[in-house]
Design a protein around this ligand. Sequence first.
Ligand SMILES: *Cc1c(COP(=O)(O)O)cnc(C)c1O
Length: 361
Amino acid sequence: MSNEKIKVLIPQLPSADEILPYLRRIDEKRTYSNYGPLTTEFRDRLGKLTGAAGVTFTSNGTTAIEVALRIRAIPDRRYCLMPSYTFIASAHAVCNTGLTPYLLDVSERTLTLTPEIAKAALRDLGEQPAAVLVVSAFGAPPDQVAWRAFEDETGIPVVFDAAAAASSIRQVGKQPMCVSLHATKALGIGEGGAILCADTGLTERSTAMTGFGFLGAERVSAIRAGNYRISEYAGAVGLAVLDALPARLVELQRLTDGYRTRIGAHKRSRLQEGIGETWLTMTPNVIVPEDAVQATIARLDEEQVEWRRWWGFGCHKHPAFADVPRGDLSTTESVSPRVIGLPFHNLLSDTDLDRVARCLP
Ligand SMILES: *Cc1c(COP(=O)(O)O)cnc(C)c1O
């Protein structure tokens, strides 16, 4: 039996040879940024793939959230409701827009904030928040129907942090969907992000906000903005990524199915709902029973199987956010230690999957 360490994540982007034809197109055109031909083609293809009428590229997933919140948050209000259980980028993005995060709990079943939890918080908060940032749990597509109803009922704008869900989204409504194109996500180009939205007015605005607020008239800054664009070189990688995506998704499906059959009904551990059925991710988790957490971790370490708590124990446990206000976080406290990120990359063999699964209760 090989005792070589099994790594938790090994990113894989297109090779230099796969990107080269696109780089040659940049050489010919001598357009290097500002939605040149490659970025425009990447935008159109990504829009078609995700079912989004509008796509704005951003420098990364964090700035995508910042721009979307700056557009949607109701002015002169303080708080942005958000789950504590998320990657820490979500909390940084909220603060960078000038809002104060109000950290909320998640559902034990879906690991996400739900409209019910948000509505209960509205009753406790004593003032109306500026927005809600709803986070996709590790790439599971968010419940757009339920959050549309929440916004219609409460008037509070919703923005989705669907950072890891870019490859699983097939439909996008008027509530902006912010995705990350970081190397560790299923649709990674290195660094990058996008705001997907069916509201073309919002897309026009968000695109202007990534380029100095130039909206309409050339070189006239119409709105407060910044520079969050991606270059044509990023567009070149993006096009090569989309070329390779069908084959890559087949591979991610094979690995996910491998875990599904090994963990299945006969173990006490479970995978996230719908994974391998309606969505795929680079960071699949196993959720283990509370009484088995310590023993599971010890076995993984002993078997040289690398693992991660990708989202730790919640934003409120990070020193930078220790002082932000919060509601009841009891489910976050109880479930976060039980969510364990499994090895996931294309070098995993069936024997490796067996070795990982043997460690799981
Ligand atoms: C990856 C991620 C982000 C940040 O995306 P970047 O492109 O790295 O800035 C934000 N939120 C969640 C939930 C993520 O997983």
